[in-house]
Design a protein around this ligand. Structure first.
Ligand SMILES: [Zn+2]
Length: 77
C-alpha cells in the first residue's frame, strides 16, 4: 500500500511512462535503396521491432524499467 503523496506521484509517473509503450505496428526504416519501409510489429514510441510477447516484456523490463526506477530513486533521495 502506497502511503505518501510522493509515492503516489512516483507511481503515476511510472504508469504514464509504461503506457507510452505498446506492442503495435509501425512503418520501419526503409532498407538501403528503397523509398519507404514496410510495416513491422513493435513499439511505435521507440520504433523497436518486437516479434513476441516475450520480447515486448523484455523491452519494458530492459529498456524502460531502468529509466523509471532511476527517476523514482532520484525523486526519493
Ligand atoms: Zn517502447
Amino acid at each position: 500500500m502506497l502511503s505518501s503523496i510522493m509515492d503516489q506521484k512516483i507511481l503515476q509517473a511510472a504508469q504514464q511512462e509504461l503506457m507510452k509503450h505498446s506492442w503495435d505496428t509501425f512503418v520501419g526504416d526503409p532498407p538501403p535503396g528503397a523509398k519507404k519501409g514496410s510495416v513491422v510489429p513493435g513499439c511505435p514510441a521507440c520504433r523497436k521491432i518486437i516479434y513476441s510477447d516475450n520480447q515486448y516484456l523484455s523491452h519494458l523490463a530492459i529498456d524502460i524499467l531502468p529509466g523509471i526506477l532511476d527517476r523514482a530513486l532520484k525523486a526519493t533521495a
